[in-house]
Structures are given as C-alpha cells and as structure tokens.
Design a protein around this ligand. Sequence first.
Ligand code: GLN
Length: 495
Amino acid sequence: MTDLTHLTIADALDGLAAKKFSARELTDAHLKKMAALKKLNAYITETPEKAREQADASDKRRAAGGKVGALDGIPLGIKDLFCTEGVQTTAGSHILEGFKPTYESTVTKNLFDAGAVMLGKLNLDEFAMGSSNKTSYYGNVINPWKRRNEDGGCDSTDLVPGGSSGGSSAAVAARIAMAATGTDTGGSIRQPAALTGTVGIKPTYGRCSRWGIVAFASSLDQAGPIARSVEDCAIMLGAMAGHDPKDSTSVEMPVPDFRKGLTGNIKGLRVGIPKEYRVDGMSQEISDLWAKGAEWLKSQGAEIKEISLPHTKYALPTYYIIAPAEASSNLARYDGVRFGLRVPGNSLDEMYELTRAAGFGKEVKRRILIGTYVLSAGYYDAYYLQAQKVRALILKDFTDAFKQVDVILTPSTPSAAFGFHENEGDPVQMYLQDVFTVTVNLAGLPGISVPAGLDAKGLPLGLQMIGRAFDEETLLRSAQVLERAANFTALPAGV
Ligand code: GLN
C-alpha cells in the first residue's frame, strides 16, 4: 500500500469511499509517523485513543452505508488554542497547563460533526503571539524543511516553522496531520503556511465562530485551515465555517460549497498589484516570484492592474497597538483562580502577581505592558483611538481598491524560514514578518497563502491573495489557478 500520510484530503475521501483503506488505517499511519517525528515537537498533546475511537466510529458509519460527513475519517491536528472537551488546552502557555475545558469550541465541534478525527493538540506561540513558535512554553517547533548547502546537501541548522500556528504548519508539511486548524490575528495562518510549503487561508472576520478559541485580540482573531492543497482548504473551511449564536461576531450567512466553486476559470478576473507592498529591502527572489505570480494569472486570462493601498505603511504600528490593547484586556482573566496555574501568596493580590509572573512568558508580558499603556488614561487618545482611526483608513483603502479589482496579489512574507537564532534579540525584526499579512486582519478580509516556489537555498516561498469580504469563493478559485501554475511539488527531506 502507498504511504497513506501523503494523500490529500480529497484523495483520502475518495479512497475511504472506495474502501481502499479504512479510517483506522489512515489514522494509524499518521500516529506511526507522529511517533517517528517527535523531534519536530509539533504536538503538545497527542490523543491516540480518541483518534482511534473516532476513526473506528467513522468506519462503522461507512460500513452501515448511511450518510457520512464532509471529513469523515480524516485525521487532523488541532491548534492548542481551540478548547477541546476533556483534553488539555494550553494556548502554548504555562498559565494554562493542566486546563481541561468542559466544553468544545464551535469550530472543533463542527469538524467532529463532519466526521473528522483528532490526532492531538498542536504547538503554537504562547497565546498565539509570535511568528516563529519560539515563544511557546512547550518548546519550539522545528520546521521539517532544511536549507540546501552549496554542495547540494542538507544544512543542519534548525529552522522555524513560522508562527503562531507553527505546530499546524510543521505537522501538515511533515505529513503528521492531513490538515490542521490554525488561527490568524495578524498572519498566523498565512505566514507559517508560506514558511512550510503548505496552503493556509484566513477567512473573512465572522466566517468562523470564535467561541471556545482562547482569545488573543478579539477584533482580529479568525480561525482557518492549513492544508496541502487549495482544494483541501476549501473542504476544511466548508466544515469549520458557519453562523454560531454563541459568537455575536459570527455572521449569519450561508456557507457556500467552496469546493464546487473551484472551477479553474479566471477569465476576466481583475488582479490588483499594490505598489506599497514593494517594501524597502525586498529581496530580488521575492520580487521575481511576485512578478511570476502575476504572469501566471495573466496567462490564464486574468487582467493585471497596479493599485494603491496608501495607508499600508501604518498597518504594522496600528496592529501593534490594537492587538496588545485587546490582549491586555483578554488576558486579565488568567488570575490563578479560574484556570490552570496558581502560585499561592500571602494575599489575593500577591497570588495574582505571583501566578501571572510565573505563568506568562516574556513576549506575553511585553504585549500586556504595551496594551495596558496604550489604553491608560492620558495615552488612550494618542495611541489607541488614533490606531482605530488608521484602521478605518486601511479598510477604506481596500474598499476603494475592490472597486477596480476582484483579488489582490502580494508576497506572503518578506523572507523564507529563518534559523532559531536569527532575528533574535530584536522584537521589531520579528514583528516585520507580518508586514504583508496584518493589513488583511485590520480590514477583516479573507487572505490565502499558496506555495509558489523555492528560494536559492531550496526553501519554500508563498504568494498571498486577498479577497473581498465573504468572497472566499473567488479567492479560493484564483488561488487554485495560481497553485496549478506554480506546480509546487517539492517535499521537505525525510518526510
Ligand atoms: N505574528 C503576529 C503577532 O505576533 C501575528 C500573530 C497571530 O496572527 N496570531 O502578533
């Protein structure tokens, strides 16, 4: 039998329907590979018993010949930011160690209702704050990709898998999950997808319920999938999305059949190339790939237009005011009383202080401090309110642009995967990773990263496409055309 872990979801569903293999065999193949690739540290918690139970139940459903779900028998990894009933949910933080939710997040519930199998909970940057997975309390995740040496051999330097959904991207690239859930507040689905040669889509704000997802910055957070093809992302997103009365920001709109919308036809599609994304110091490789992406779409019948998004340069500073502000408020709930860790003190205040001092890592503390500062009396108007105004201008840039074009094409990241000790010591350098992605969260739009090529060292590079609000169908259809043209078939070594 071929290695089942290399199948796409689409192919695995066909194989399961044709009874070429069982959900149990598919799950066991993944569990076996997970054991062999433990060194990647992609999972914080593995749930093999639950996985086998769900897989057996799926096989029974198929054997009974009844109705099966859209993901029946498909083994997935779940980012450890989604609350899973009875299974430890850490958010990558010490402060939540041992926390076992008594409820299931809506997105994971939707996936399980569709028949999906959970292999375990995936590692991430602490509270989803980061671009490298280095801020996880549970140790960093290793990208399965390695740089190529001058002599064509493999460089031994361990590279980051991106973040914050780095466990998700590494697991999907390493074939230890067929697909995974991610969340994206400023780029955390698209950037790790780009750094691992996988596909990741952040849907429109409101498309997926945030209920039961540990909150980072509530006005920016969205769940979405990381998978190995645009089609698999379409299948996953269809199962994850939908209105949820428990999340007042989830939108009451029907979920289209995203997979059906993948017609391969982009004749007459207008693609915008925003000139402000040509940032200082952009590498020739990234710039060439971007031009190639536009050429590919043009050769399939799209019309390419230069557009302007004039407020782009304010996006990063705006994000790094709004996101920490919301985080400082959301993270106030970790007080040693309600969840996870408690460090006893001589008074209630001392207990709070000791718990939060021991429970949060450095980056999280930095964000809480920044957030508290920008929200404090006297600074609120100067920073937070100002940032909200700029956010409105960034959204207006997109609204104006979408009068002229249907989708926008940009690079996903300013660089390929970097080593653990590169970009170290300077948080701003790390924040720059999100230069092409945060605008999309500030505007609440859908964005997707598609693997488009390799850099000179043999590492994957991604291209991003941005769509109109709630028009994931056009976005996925264009992304699939790009994916086919790029024909990215490279694999990380040893997978
Ligand atoms: N890298 C960004 C940050 O550190 C985005 C994180 C995210 O999207 N969760 O905030």
